[in-house]
Design a protein around this ligand. Structure first.
Ligand code: ZN
Length: 355
């Protein structure tokens, strides 16, 4: 167990909380939306015969907290969990949820289901814990811990960076506890384009709007509440640009906007009551593509292009002059999304890999 002084503090905003979005609709989110090891938001929707969850948190520990938070708002069982995409911060809490409600249906697009069952999640045990794979995971966590320690030894860190890495150290300590007995729960029900979970008051339309953040993105549309649950197609304050499909991402967001949502529930960050942030994200995608395309066409390599792309104005628009958030904007957006835009501009396939 962690020593108390190494656990995350209240100010770290690591532990999820539940808040009401509408009658019978809640979101479970981290109060501090930017975390080095984030936990995906979970949307809870009450239907007549049970609860539907969109996403499942990022670890068994996060899943156990989700179970408690769900129990705090409803006595109904969780009957279904729909997974927005295959990345671990949205799926690895499923084991704790399935333990609490063994009959739960796990829904994903067929593309996401094959990622979860296959090579993309090969580092994780399937269906039950596995000592060897857990040991390898713990070793990677040691590596991440070591990286944070090395960073904290650098005297030139800005104050916000030092505070950020200190918080990351506390977070990794908790994450180590949260990720004991880690395993992937494979989906039990899949679809390719649309699946409706009908209900008199709160029907849920699960929808694959096309490729974007991954090749199998699932969003959930609540037509009566006009709520759009986006997965990581929308992430605040810093979008995640890994292994993305740039042009298709912008098209997917435009398709979501066409439904005219009254509330947006992003994959990370607080719910939004207008499309302002989504517009900024579409603009960021377009500007990044526009910055990369001419460099790629001029024959630069991916590495040269990544080094030359200047998104400092866009970065300032998202995170201001905060050195900590600027660092992660570069690592979570500028670098990976430039690479994706380069692949797009030069006709190379996007590889989905470890998440
Ligand atoms: Zn995520």
């Amino acid at each position: 167990m962690p020593a108390p002084d190494r656990a995350p503090t209240e100010a770290d905003g690591y532990f999820q909380r539940i808040s009401r979005i509408d009658d019978g609709v809640w979101v479970i989110a981290q109060p501090q939306p930017f975390q080095v090891q984030p936990i995906g938001n979970v949307t809870v929707i009450e239907q007549a015969d049970g609860l539907v969850l969109i996403d499942a948190g990022g670890s068994p520990g996060a899943g156990r907290r989700i179970v408690e938070l769900v129990r705090s708002v409803s006595d109904k069982p969780v009957k279904a969990v729909a997974i927005s995409h295959w990345h671990g911060d949205h799926v690895l809490g499923l084991s704790a949820i399935a333990r609490e409600w063994p009959g739960v249906q796990v829904i994903a697009t067929d593309v996401t289901a094959s990622h979860l069952a296959g090579r993309s999640m090969k580092a994780y045990p399937k269906g039950a814990p596995d000592a060897a794979l857990q040991a390898a995971f713990d070793q990677r966590l040691d590596g991440a811990d070591g990286f944070v320690r090395d960073m904290l030894a650098k005297p030139e860190l800005a104050a916000t960076e030092r505070a950020g890495f200190e918080a990351a150290q506390r977070l990794f300590h908790q994450y180590r506890d949260d990720t004991r007995d880690l395993y992937v729960v494979v989906p039990t029900r899949t679809f390719s384009e649309r699946l409706r979970l009908d209900d008199a008051k709160r029907p849920v339309e699960l929808w694959h709007p096309g490729r974007g953040n991954t090749d199998g993105d699932l969003v959930a549309w609540l037509p009566k509440q006009r709520a759009m649950v986006t997965g990581d197609l929308v992430v605040a304050p810093i979008p995640f640009g890994f292994n993305a499909y740039p042009a298709q991402w912008a098209r997917s967001l435009a398709a979501l906007k066409a439904k005219r949502p009254a509330v947006w529930i992003p994959g990370h960050g607080a719910p939004m009551r207008d499309a302002g942030y989504v517009d900024r994200e579409i603009e960021l995608i377009d500007r990044t593509r526009a910055a990369v395309a001419p460099l790629a066409k001029a024959g630069l390599t991916m590495e040269q292009t990544r080094a030359k792309v200047d998104l400092s104005a866009e970065r300032a628009g998202f995170v201001g002059d905060d050195a900590w958030l600027s660092r992660w904007f570069d690592r979570y957006w500028t670098q990976p999304f430039s690479d994706a835009a380069y692949r797009e501009a030069t006709g190379q396939p996007i590889e989905q890999g470890e998440g």
